[in-house]
Design a protein. Structure first.
Length: 202
């Protein structure tokens, strides 16, 4: 009887170990050296370098799934996009102080939402431009200029099927700051209107 194939052929790690290690690392921010200590405490000696290598190999093997998730996001009528700064240590050719970014895209058909995290060393408009090629629908973002530039470039390419809308949560911040400083009734009124619009507990 043939044995089941594993994600990483010939590896000491089965899927349960890979899932545990990756989840501990990225969901709970547990570094590989601490994972190694935890495993060692129960009699499993796996160096952190091995855990790191396994994660890289796992990502490579899951690339088709990642591409499928990106395609799934583009099947829906709305994509939410944002980017946040991350720090990466010991990245080849870069200093620890260099800025890196995690771009996040969320979308997909109703009941079939998907999200992808796309690591980039920059914050260029080229990133959303490449991601949104062929997409038709609504794009919701903050007012970061890179999105506007990307959409202009897409329209110049002939894709006029993306409608850009901004984020009420970001807009609300400015009214809230103004209300905190001035206690102006007009600002409070706008906050109440946004509250009704978004059903926020503010």
């Amino acid at each position: 009887m043939a044995t089941p194939k594993h994600l990483i052929s010939g590896s000491i790690a089965d899927e349960s170990l890979l899932a545990w290690s990756i989840n501990e690392k990225f969901e709970y921010a547990l570094p590989f050296y601490r994972q190694s200590k935890r495993l060692s405490a129960i009699g499993i000696d796996i160096p952190r370098s091995t855990l790191s290598t396994l994660t890289i190999k796992c990502a490579e093997q899951c690339r088709p799934l990642y591409e499928l998730l990106k395609d799934t996001i583009k099947t829906g009528s709305v994509i939410n996009a944002d980017e946040t700064r991350v720090q990466v240590l010991k990245e080849k050719g870069r200093k620890a102080q260099d800025k890196s970014w995690m771009w996040v895209f969320l979308g997909g058909a109703a009941g079939k939402k998907a999200v992808v995290f796309q690591y980039e060393t920059g914050r260029s408009h080229e990133i959303p431009y490449k991601f949104l090629k062929e997409y038709k629908g609504w794009l919701q973002t903050d007012d970061y200029e890179a999105y506007n530039t990307a959409l202009k470039k897409l329209r110049d390419d002939g894709n006029k099927s993306i409608r850009h809308v901004l984020c009420w949560a970001h807009a609300r911040r400015y009214f809230y700051k103004y209300w905190e400083m001035s206690k102006a009734p007009e600002a409070k009124q706008i906050l109440e209107l946004i509250k009704k619009l978004l059903n926020l507990k503010i």
